[in-house]
Design a protein around this ligand. Structure first.
Ligand code: PMP
Length: 455
């Protein structure tokens, strides 16, 4: 007898093409799980099975699935105004959200604060906006030689052609390389790559020195440095010392180049502070936000920028204006979800709760440090990552053909936990509502998944 879950699987596979998936692997190598509903940190399948969403559904979810306060805010907004184009019109949620985002954005004592918000409708689109804005700023000022971007090795900024061009993960980039604008790549400050006797902070300094050289080699050619502060997430949850961003800020200022902080994944409390840039005391010129912005309910992106950048577009000519537009720019439902999300941060004192949760995660993660296949256990706030290698040292990764990540994924899923490894890196990035019992399940399952995958 075909179960309800089987029926959904079969209907899906006859019509849906899934993201980030070799479809050939469905459903035999890679299970396809029809989800009926969400409940806090749980996803519930059509077969009634429950799965702990330890990766917050691609890092979007903050306060749990079907969080009633966010759901209610969207419903209220839907009965008022579902959408209106944001050119020539405005609406309450877009205005209020912009005010609130600017009020909580990272600041730096010596700089004029971020002053304007440009909306888009997903993370990659937000990155496109920031790149185009940086380039167009210089163009408007007659600095037309500034056509290049500096990005970091092992960085990730999304899958559209512009965002891919500043990404450095071969799996996503390689095929499309002939289509991509040529970015300059600076060494990653990744602490995992620190050499013998080199501390994380040393690594940060040395990488900043390399960036300084790159800037020197291309005087007047670069519009902006774009990076993920604190954690290169898609690159395997690789973490770096906050000193790096501090240095990059200084280097950007010295070369007259913008700093674009892509906090799409690390923003909204993921790394312990509201925004990761705060840990370096740095205010970027362009700040890209998405994912957790709506608590994981709806696609929305916001690019925060300075008055100075905004002013460079003011003119009588339309060509000097920033004409970039998406139909759903500043969608009222998504803005209402974002406003509800920001209210929850206050109502629940979420950052303080996260500090306590992060301590529990640290305690549960510590024993993995002595596991024979774990080369590194690292943490930044609500993100914990485990680097798996053959001998538990950094020199001997598993061959890709061993499919360690896939095996760990299947082992965890069979135990009711969604761990979706990045290569051979397993990580925890749970919704902030995760409780002690769920954390214990997560730690036990991770242990079992590593053992099973590496057996
Ligand atoms: N930047 C970063 C740092 C990301 O992690 C992601 C998504 N994983 C993106 C950009 C792209 O966002 P989206 O998937 O919404 O296009």
């Amino acid at each position: 007898m075909l179960t309800e879950a089987d029926a959904w699987r079969s209907r899906d596979l006859s019509v849906v093409w899934h993201p980030c998936t070799q479809m050939r692997e469905h459903p035999d190598t890679l299970p396809l799980v029809p989800i009926a509903r969400g409940e806090g940190a749980w996803l519930v399948g059509h077969d009634g099975r429950r799965y702990l969403d330890a990766v917050s559904s691609w890092w979007t979810n903050l306060f749990g699935h079907a969080e009633p306060r966010i759901g209610a805010a969207i419903a209220r907004q839907a009965s008022q105004l579902e959408h209106v184009m944001l050119a020539g019109f405005t609406h309450e949620p877009a205005v209020e959200l912009a005010e609130k985002l600017l009020a909580i954005a990272p600041q730096q004592p010596d700089r004029a604060p971020l002053a304007k918000v440009f909306y888009a409708d997903n993370g990659s689109a937000g990155v496109e906006v920031a790149l185009k804005m940086a380039f167009h700023y210089f163009h408007n000022r007659g600095e037309t030689r500034r056509t290049r971007f500096i990005a970091l090795e092992n960085g990730y900024h999304g899958e559209t052609i512009g965002a891919l061009a500043v990404g450095d993960i071969p799996l996503y980039r390689r095929v499309y390389a002939p289509l991509l604008a040529e970015a300059l790549f600076a060494p990653s400050p990744d602490a995992y790559l620190a050499g013998a006797g080199e501390s994380a902070e040393d690594r940060a300094r040395h990488s900043a020195d390399a960036l300084a050289n790159l800037l020197d080699q291309h005087p007047g050619e670069v519009c902006a440095v774009v990076l993920e502060p604190r954690v290169q997430c898609a690159g395997g949850m690789r973490m770096h010392h906050p000193e790096y961003l501090k240095r990059v800020r200084q280097l950007c200022d010295a070369s007259g180049v913008f700093l674009i902080a892509d906090e799409i994944a690390v923003g909204f409390g993921r790394t312990g502070t509201m925004f990761a840039s705060e840990q370096s005391g740095v205010m970027p010129d362009l700040l890209c936000l998405s994912k957790g912005l709506t608590g994981g309910f709806l696609p929305l992106a916001a690019v925060l920028t300075t008055q100075a950048i905004y002013d460079a577009f003011l003119d009588d000519s339309r060509e000097r204006a920033f004409l970039h537009s998406h139909s759903y720019t500043g969608n009222p439902l998504a803005c209402a979800a974002a406003l509800a999300t920001l209210r929850i941060f206050e109502e629940d004192d979420a950052l303080a709760r996260n500090r306590a949760t992060a301590k529990k995660m640290a305690a549960l993660a510590a024993p993995f440090g002595t596991h024979p296949h774990v080369a590194d256990v690292r943490q930044a706030g609500m993100i914990v990552a485990f680097e798996l290698t053959q001998d538990g040292d950094k020199r001997t990764p598993f061959p890709a053909s061993a499919r360690i990540g896939l095996r760990a994924y299947r082992a965890a899923l069979a135990r009711g936990v969604v761990l979706r490894p990045l290569g051979d890196v397993l990580y925890w990035m749970p919704p902030y509502c995760v409780d002690d019992e769920q954390l214990t399940l997560l730690a036990e399952t991770t242990h079992a998944a590593i053992d099973e995958a590496t057996a």
